[in-house]
Design a protein around this ligand. Structure first.
Ligand code: 3PG
Length: 398
């Protein structure tokens, strides 16, 4: 597999697929981590005399009216601020205006084209040229550059024209530094982890995590469960759950997992409960059974101690999904304590993947002490499930 360092960049038109799919509302970017994470590759390309042509999707464009709110313009502006240099924004995804702007680009300059998913809607119709990987579109975009660098790990689970399509039509397709880092840490944990390997899986639903639980039970020494999905496991074990979140149709599956996993599976032993899904009501800690009229919203202190014990000798830790409703201060403690503890494990590689858990460790201020915070949501999840990611496969084939 090629990396950006293998490429001859001087004077080349370097097509770069990045994942700048950042939260945006009324043109205001909520969190620019994904832009920041792509800077090392962009800087490397321009410092080596490349002409960087950046492509990314933003949100999901399904009708004409979606377009104005999902323009890449504010993203290009933010990139310009972060790079501290001008960035050319081209408000289109094909045609003369784009081709002329590319022709004018000098060594070391950066261009951002409009949202690749604008191509999904044509004349008001949802034609999915980008997300359907229209072969003509991939070929066209590929024709705009000399080499291709894919740094969009967050999009690697999609086989779209701007990643897989361009790769297929390029002689040289290489991974950027971010892509490499994600493969090294997440791929490394899944394929070749240092043991003991402990997975921490949280979040609301078992149904979202079945693939991850299944795959990691086969690889990890312990799998810790937390968050809302705990209570489907509780129901499977006959522990009372009060009004806690439960997926009735997944209780049998949870039973199977419990049986198959044996003592590999570690469940919370206490919970922070409240009568309402609210930060403004009284909360209390209960062990195991959740009383009638209460719902569990975080793991309790005994669970935190139990999990710390399981984690203390770990050499690899993968964490996906928060331990509780961390967005509300009364129910953030479990996630915070686990995050802080992971930061103290100096001999362990600690990896956080998946949208919510990334948001949690950032919001709670523990991200810096961990080894790797993935920029992938769905992509990390599918990677942890052991699936082949088409965006990565397409560059590996080169
Ligand atoms: C993500 O945020 O997970 C990626 O950017 C992919 O976005 P999508 O789910 O809209 O394809």
């Amino acid at each position: 597999k090629l990396t950006v360092e293998d490429l001859q960049l001087e004077g080349k038109k370097v097509l770069m697929r990045v994942d700048f799919n950042v939260p945006i509302k009324d043109g205001v970017i909520g969190n620019d981590n994904r832009i920041v994470a792509a800077l090392p590759t962009i800087k490397y390309v321009i410092e080596h005399g490349g002409r960087a042509i950046l492509l990314s999707h933003l949100g999901r464009v399904k009708k004409e009216e979606d377009k104005p709110g999902l323009s890449m313009r504010p993203v290009a502006e933010r990139l310009s601020n972060l790079l501290n240099k001008p960035v050319t924004f081209v408000p289109t995804t094909e045609g003369k205006q784009l081709e002329d702007a590319i022709a004018k680009l000098q060594n070391g300059q950066v261009l951002v084209m409009e949202n690749t998913r604008y191509e999904d809607v044509e004349d008001g119709e949802y034609v999915k040229r980008e997300s359907g990987n229209d072969p003509e579109l991939g070929k066209y975009w590929a024709s705009l550059g000399d080499v291709f660098v894919n740094d969009a790990f967050g999009t690697a689970h999609r086989a779209h024209a701007s990643n897989v399509g361009i790769s297929a039509n390029m002689e040289q397709a290489a991974a950027g530094f971010l892509m490499e880092k994600e493969i090294k840490f997440i791929g490394g944990a899944v394929d070749n982890p240092a043991h003991p390997f402990v997975a921490i899986l949280g979040g609301a639903k078992v149904s979202d995590k079945i693939g991850v639980i299944d795959n990691l039970l086969g690889k990890a020494d312990k799998v810790i469960i937390g968050g809302g999905m705990t209570y489907t496991f509780y129901a499977a074990k006959g522990i009372k759950i009060g009004n806690s979140l439960v997926e009735e149709d997944k209780i049998d599956l949870a039973k199977e997992i419990i049986e198959k996993a044996g003592d590999k599976l570690v469940l919370p032993v206490d919970s922070v409960v409240a009568e309402k899904f609210s930060n403004d009501v009284e909360s209390k800690v209960v062990e195991n059974d959740i009383p009638d009229g209460y719902m569990a919203l975080d793991i309790g202190p005994k669970s935190v101690e139990l999990f710390k014990n399981v984690l203390q000798d770990a050499k690899t830790v993968v964490w996906n999904g928060p331990m509780g409703v961390f967005e509300m201060s009364n129910y953030a403690e479990g996630t915070l304590e686990i995050g802080k503890f992971l930061g103290t494990l100096s001999d362990a590689t600690t990896i956080v993947g998946g949208g919510d858990s990334t948001a949690a460790v950032q919001q709670l201020g523990v991200a810096d002490s961990l080894t790797h915070i993935s920029t992938g949501g769905g992509a990390s999840l599918e990677y942890l499930e052991g699936k082949t990611l088409p965006g990565i496969a397409a560059i590996s084939e080169k």
